[in-house]
Structure formats: structure tokens, C-alpha cells
Design a protein around this ligand. Structure first.
Ligand SMILES: Cc1cc2nc3c(=O)[nH]c(=O)nc-3n(C[C@H](O)[C@H](O)[C@H](O)COP(=O)(O)OP(=O)(O)OC[C@H]3O[C@@H](n4cnc5c(N)ncnc54)[C@H](O)[C@@H]3O)c2cc1C
Length: 393
């Protein structure tokens, strides 16, 4: 039988909408907000998204843009365009979160209070941690850098290309070998492959998500004459000598250096006492709640669950957090425990790719390359903008 206090709580809920603040306007934040809006009326739940991005870039297209395989205009959309009706968007920066009282403080001086918080602030890049990096290394991890790299590749006439990462905690580590394979195709088509040495520096032994995939990628690199150096920890870049220095004192000469910058979580999360020096928020892996607070969630790249930061994990986590909030605030959806299985399409060259499901239990054993998978990945921005990010799947 329902207690009086529970009945009272339900009556209050019926007249006063609860408020959710989603912090961060990347894929995870947008999926969380859009899912919430689908499952609760405006009378039941008020949803605010606070984000500081100027335009929403579909980052996987960063792989195609440097080669001119895609026009960047199809890879960006205004954030407001991607939010379902009935969601308030505040363009501002969160500088501090009081997670106990659910208060969010903004750079503009405003502050907002909520019943639930969903933190989805993702990564920041920290190139300053690698001496010599800035002004020398290229990458494609944001739109501006992908466009700069496109200009560099247009003028490239051959030489040593070094491709690497500065750490193991990065977004979509697969992008590095995918870039190497696409570069091989690109240079072959331009008649420059014979004049180019490609060196691939991997920060650990495992370049794939498991030993099966690692074996496949190693063979593929060898087949394409891309020299692999595993377990390389990049420490600095010597701009004068055009050399990358590693912790074990090895050096790699380059004419063109492609290096993914160090990744960190947001400083504001560290300053709010939600994260340590790395900036990634510690969460309960089964509930995705910030330790010690059941109404505050951290989803997507912002939390400390995975070293490989993947949007597919972010979508699942955002949907899960939204379900739990709905279950608690409105009722009706599951508030089960979180489990994650995220499939990926991996590119192996122009017009070649394969689908892989990277968990020990569910892993695909047969790796079969085909053009269809490449096309699905190439057009994935359409599915992303029209359905995924809007919380429809
Ligand atoms: C080249 C590349 C290819 C990729 N390919 C794939 C792929 O094929 N499959 C896949 O699953 N993943 C892929 N990823 C990874 C994927 O893009 C990320 O995992 C995803 O973007 C994470 O989303 P997020 O919303 O958690 O974080 P983010 O994308 O980092 O978004 C965080 C948002 O929060 C905002 N923000 C940050 N701090 C504040 C603040 N203090 N106040 C207000 N707003 C703030 C930021 O402006 C940003 O909009 C790829 C990434 C790259 C770079």
C-alpha cells in the first residue's frame, strides 16, 4: 500500500515540474536531453541544456576532411537545430558545479538549480603537455585542425610521415590506424606512396580493442608497408631536428607529424571536486551516478569508465541516465544497471571497412572488409544528425 508521504510526493510531482540540467552540448548531452524530452511532458520535466560550443561538429568526419573525401559543411549543425522541441538551450560555460545542492554556476555570473544533473562535458585537448607540440604537430580531432591538415596534405610531396598518439586515453583510438590506411590510399592515388615512409607509433601493445583485432590491424599495416612501433610514449617534439622523442629515448624523424594531442577532462570538474587531476569524473559503473550522489550523472567522455572514449558508449550512457531519471521523476522507464556493448565500423582504406563489436563476450570473430561498411560509415553523419543525436534509437 502507498504511504501518505509517497502519495503527497506524487501529487506535488503532478503540479510542479522537476528540472534536469544537462551540462555539455556534445553528442552525449544532446542524446540525454532529447531522450528525456521524448519520455516526459513539459509539465513533468523541465529540461535545460547548458553548452559552450559554437557549432556541433560530427567528429568522425574529421577522418575524411583532410583527404578532401568530404565537404565539412555536411558535418556541422547549429546546436539548437539538434534539440527536440521543448528543451531550453543556454549558450554559456559552466565554471563550477555544486553537486550536493545541484547548483550550476556559469561564466556569465548566472546560476541554476535543478533536481537532477547530467554532466556530459567530454574532453579538452592539452597540447601544452608535450613540449614542441604546438605549431608543429597536426591532427584531425577538431574541425579547424582537420581543415588545416587538408591544406598540408594538398601541398605534401612525399617524405617521412609519423602518425601517433600522446597517450592511451583518447577519443576513438581506431582513428589513428584508419588515418594511416586512408593516407596510404590517398598517396597511392596521387602517385606519392613510393616517395613516402609511413611510421605508426602506438602507445601500447594493443592497437585494437582485443587481440583478434590487434592481429588483424598489425597484418594490415604490414601489407600496406606501414612501419609499426608499439609501446611508444611520446614525450616531446624537437621542431629544429624534426624529431619525435619517446620515453625510451628512441627518436623518429618526420617531414609531416600527425600526433593526437593529450586528452583531459574539463578543469571545471576538477575545480568542483568531482574529478582528480585528469578531469575525468569518477562514477559508479553500474548507475553512472557521481559517487555519493544518486541524482547527479556523468556520461560519455566526461567520466572515468573507459580509456577509449567513444560516442557509441556516450549514446548508451546518456540513454541509460535519461531512463533512470524518467523512472525516478515520472515513472515508466527502466532504472536497471548499466551495461555497454558498442559496435564500430573500422576503415581499412578508401572504400574498404569492416564492422566490429569489441567486447570479450560478444566479439565478432570473422573480420570481413567490404565497400558497404565504408559507405555506411561515410554517410553516418546523416543518420547521426537525423536520428541518433535526437535520441530516436
Ligand atoms: C576523429 C574522431 C573520430 C571519431 N570516430 C568515432 C566513431 O567512429 N565512433 C565513435 O563511437 N566515436 C568516435 N569518436 C569519439 C566521439 O566523437 C566522442 O566519444 C564523442 O564526441 C563524445 O561525446 P561527449 O558528448 O561525451 O563529449 P564531447 O564531444 O567532448 O562534447 C562535450 C561538449 O560539452 C561542451 N562543454 C565542455 N565543457 C563545458 C563547460 N564547462 N560548460 C559548458 N559546456 C561545456 C563542449 O563544448 C562540447 O560541446 C571520434 C572522435 C574523433 C575525434
Amino acid at each position: 500500500m502507498e504511504t501518505y508521504s509517497r502519495i503527497f510526493e506524487r501529487v506535488i510531482n503532478m503540479v510542479v515540474a522537476k528540472r534536469v540540467i544537462v551540462i555539455g552540448d556534445g553528442p552525449s548531452g544532446l542524446v540525454a536531453a532529447n531522450k528525456l524530452r521524448f519520455h516526459a511532458t513539459e509539465k513533468e520535466l523541465e529540461i535545460l541544456v547548458i553548452g559552450n560550443t559554437t557549432r556541433h561538429f560530427y567528429k568522425p568526419d574529421g577522418l575524411f576532411i583532410p583527404f578532401g573525401y568530404k565537404n565539412y559543411r555536411k558535418s556541422v549543425k547549429p546546436v539548437e537545430f539538434l534539440l527536440n522541441g521543448g528543451i531550453q538551450y543556454i549558450h554559456d560555460e559552466v565554471i563550477r558545479v555544486n553537486s550536493e545542492e545541484h547548483i550550476v554556476f556559469l561564466k556569465s555570473g548566472k546560476s541554476y538549480m535543478a533536481d537532477y544533473l547530467v554532466i556530459a562535458t567530454g574532453n579538452r585537448y592539452a597540447p601544452e603537455e608535450i613540449p614542441g607540440y604546438s605549431g608543429e604537430a597536426k591532427h584531425f580531432y577538431d574541425l579547424q585542425k582537420a581543415l588545416e591538415l587538408r591544406e598540408t596534405l594538398r601541398g605534401f610531396q612525399g617524405g617521412n610521415v609519423v602518425i601517433g598518439s600522446t597517450g592511451t586515453t583518447i577519443q576513438y583510438p581506431q582513428a589513428l590506424y584508419e588515418f594511416a590506411f586512408l593516407l596510404d590510399s590517398f598517396l597511392t592515388a596521387k602517385g606519392l606512396r613510393e616517395k613516402t615512409e609511413i611510421t605508426y607509433l602506438a602507445p601500447s601493445e594493443n592497437i585494437g580493442t582485443d587481440s583478434n583485432l590487434t592481429g588483424f590491424i598489425r597484418d594490415k599495416l604490414q601489407e600496406k608497408k606501414i612501419e609499426l612501433h608499439p609501446n611508444v610514449t611520446v614525450t616531446s617534439v624537437n621542431q629544429k631536428n624534426k624529431e619525435v622523442n619517446a620515453a625510451d629515448e628512441s627518436k623518429f624523424k618526420y617531414n609531416l607529424l600527425l600526433l593526437v594531442p593529450p586528452h583531459k577532462g574539463q578543469k571545471a570538474m576538477t575545480q568542483s571536486g568531482l574529478a582528480g587531476e585528469t578531469g575525468y569524473i569518477e562514477v559508479d559503473p553500474k548507475t553512472l551516478t557521481v559517487k555519493g550522489n544518486g541524482s547527479v550523472y556523468a556520461v560519455g567522455d566526461s567520466n572515468n569508465l573507459f580509456e577509449s572514449k567513444l560516442a557509441t558508449s556516450g549514446y548508451l550512457e546518456a540513454s541509460f541516465a535519461a531512463s533512470r531519471i524518467i523512472a525516478d521523476a515520472v515513472g515508466g522507464l527502466s532504472d536497471d544497471q548499466y551495461t555497454s556493448v558498442a559496435p564500430q565500423i573500422n576503415i581499412t582504406g578508401k572504400d574498404r571497412a569492416f564492422t566490429y563489436l569489441g567486447t570479450a563476450e560478444t566479439r565478432i570473430k570473422a573480420i570481413t572488409e567490404n565497400k558497404g561498411d565504408f559507405m555506411l560509415r561515410w554517410t553516418s553523419n546523416d543518420t547521426y544528425f537525423s536520428t541518433i543525436v535526437r535520441g530516436m534509437v
